[in-house]
Structure formats: C-alpha cells, structure tokens
Write a protein that binds this ligand. Structure first.
Ligand code: SAH
Length: 347
C-alpha cells in the first residue's frame, strides 16, 4: 500500500518501465501522487488499464482526519491523522507572518524516553514510511486550503531514529515535480543521536538542524534525557561543532526551561562555553505542562535569556501557539489514546 508514493521519481519511473510503460509515465504518476489523489482514477492523463493495474498492485490509502482542533487564539490547527493500519499521528499547522509552517511526525510514538515529553510515554509503535510523512504535508494543505511553505520535523518521534525514511521524505518534498519545498525552509529536530548527526553532516543539506539540548551538563541531561547515557553532552557538542564546520550551517539549540532543573545561571554560562567557536542560536521554550510529568515550567526565562545574551549568544523565547488545543508534543494523540482506554474500561 502506498509503496509507489514512497519512491523517488527515478525509482517510480523504473517501476513503471518494468511494467511495460514509457519513461514519461513516471513523472505523470509522481505529480499526481504528490497532488494527493485519493484514487488512481483521478489520473486523467494516464490510461485506464494502468490505473486499474496500479489500484490492484499498490492500493492508495489517504490518512483520515480522526480529530481536528482549531485554536481560537491564533488559528493554529492540530490534526490527528488515522493511518491505514489504525495508528494515529499528529501534525500542527502554524500560521506565521512569514508563511505557513507544518510540524510533522516521523514515528508512531517514540522510544527516546525524555522525561518531560508526552510523545514517548507509551514508547514507539513503529516508524512512519516516507509516504506517511509526506502525506501529513499534502493533506494538511488539502484540508486547510492553505499553502505550506515551511516544514519542521518536530512532531511525534525522533527523526534520526528513522533516518532512511526521513532522508527519502526530504528528497520527495523537495522535488520540483512534487511540493517543491526548499531545504532552507525545512528544520529537523533531534534529541541528540550523534551517529545520525554525523551522517547528516556528510550530506551537507541546506536544512536547519535543531538539537534538543535541554541541559549543558551530563548529570542534569541524563536525568531528563536517557539518550544522554548513550551519547553524552561532550560527544554531542563535538558532533555539533563538526556539523557546523562541515556544513557552515548554524545549529539551533532547543531548551525547554524546567523549574529548578536546567534554569540556573551556571548552566547558561556552560552553554556559552560549550558553543564557543560556533554561531549557535538558543531557543528557550516555556515547558508545556504534561500532566504525567513531575516537571514544572521555569520562572527564570527572561533572566536566562539575558545571561546567554551577555555571552554574545543569540537567544530567543519561543512564542507558544495553540495553547488552548493541546498543540504540543504528542498531547492530542495521548488524549485520544486515554479516551479510547476509558471507553474500553467502561464497557
Ligand atoms: N525527537 C525530536 C523531535 C520531536 S520533539 C527531538 O527531541 O528534538 C520537539 C521538541 O519539543 C523537542 O525539542 C522536545 O524536547 C520538545 N518538547 C517535548 N516535550 C516538551 C514539553 N513538555 N515542553 C516543551 N518542549 C517539549
């Protein structure tokens, strides 16, 4: 199912040629798939016999809008998509002055175990396919009637834990015969899987790498992010410095401010020390309260920001969108799962 949609133009062309089709058919079908057709019947310029053959060999399945919440505050739209196998993932459409951004998921659940994050509570169910990542962008556009100009890989899942699919998704979404979204309009966020960062560096893509730092010292970071026990901050900073040297691209460091955990002056000072030699940007995020977690939002955002700036770093406080619609970090999927659970319990 949807196998053709995960293929690059080259692969799709070869697959169709092996079915006896002329080479130009590849581009035709590629273009249709990326427009978000729900049935091969919609491919008007493709012979009926081929449409029928494709429907039999590789049925198309579009994600279904299982839930949709629109923020009354800022128009942010949160989608819960039901995939062909019944699993659900989230995407968020955010409207900024510089254009619409969609935040997409890369896995069903997550196995990274960050202590403050709702996406990881029930672990990882499975990886998404390239087509399933792409469909979140295509169907957000179709459902909302809005054009998406920027993509952030910051939804449910760890992109570098599903890197092959993510790289293929990037190639697809970037393609001129598809959505044609430029790499400079794409951000990829990782909790710090060092081998993945190193692999990405080799590719020298023009995307923006975001690293979820959340603490500059191993003791604190291991406490809130188990990934740090596999790749500690020292290795992570080394990989980041190498990434910058190789690509020339400034890295953005995500930092969710947690009360009494990572909001001390000495930690701001340590960030500055570790980033020396590299033009880092630190994005301070007011912690979203997750009911299941013991952590609470910090009250020292402004002071922490000032302290970073005093060291010459660029530090911003992330504007929070969709505060009224659970629009962050796996909260909607979690809510739907809990409600389904309650439903079963009461039967
Ligand atoms: N796995 C990737 C991308 C998904 S998470 C990563 O870790 O970067 C997207 C961002 O939201 C990450 O920076 C993550 O640490 C942050 N995040 C998760 N839970 C949060 C919460 N409760 N409050 C604020 N930010 C949170």
């Amino acid at each position: 199912m949807n196998e053709l949609k995960s293929m690059t133009l080259q692969e799709l062309t070869a697959a169709l040629q092996s079915m006896g089709e002329p080479a130009f058919r590849g581009k035709q079908v590629f273009t249709w798939l990326h427009k978000g057709i729900q049935s091969y019947e919609e491919m008007g310029n493709v012979p009926k016999s081929l449409r029928e053959k494709l429907a039999q060999t590789d049925p198309l399945a579009a994600p279904r809008v299982a839930r949709k919440q629109v923020s009354r505050l800022d128009g942010t739209v949160k989608y819960l998509w039901e995939l062909a196998d019944g699993n659900c993932v989230e995407s968020v459409l955010m409207r900024y002055r510089h254009g619409n951004t969609v935040c997409v998921s890369t896995q069903v659940g997550c196995r990274m175990g960050c202590a403050f994050c709702a996406s990881t509570i029930a672990g990882k169910v499975r990886d998404l396919t390239p087509a399933e990542i792409l469909d979140q962008v295509i169907f957000t556009q179709l459902d909302s009637g809005e054009t998406v100009s920027n993509i952030v890989l910051m939804g449910i899942g760890e992109p570098l834990d599903n890197l092959d699919a993510v790289l293929r998704f990037l190639e697809l979404v970037n393609h001129p015969d598809g959505l044609n979204i430029g790499m400079r309009h794409i951000s990829l966020s990782t909790c710090g899987l060092v081998p993945g960062i190193r692999r990405l560096a080799e590719l020298e893509l023009q995307l923006t790498l975001s690293v979820s730092l959340h603490a500059p010292d191993s003791e604190t970071r291991s406490r809130i992010m188990p990934v740090n026990r596999a790749y500690d901050v020292e290795e992570l900073f080394d990989a980041c410095h190498d990434y910058f040297r190789k690509t020339g691209r400034r890295i953005s460091f995500e930092y969710a401010m947690i009360d009494g955990v990572n909001d001390y002056d000495w930690q701001a000072d340590l960030i500055a020390q570790k980033l020396r030699g590299m033009p880092g940007h630190v994005n301070l995020i007011p912690l979203n309260d997750v009911a299941e977690s013991p952590w609470r939002p910090s009250r020292h955002l402004a002071a922490f920001q000032k302290r970073l700036e005093s060291h010459g770093l660029t530090a911003t406080v992330r504007r929070s969108l969709g505060g009224d619609i659970d629009a962050s970090c796996g909260q909607l999927r979690r809510k739907a799962m809990e409600e389904a659970q309650k439903g079963e319990d009461s039967q």
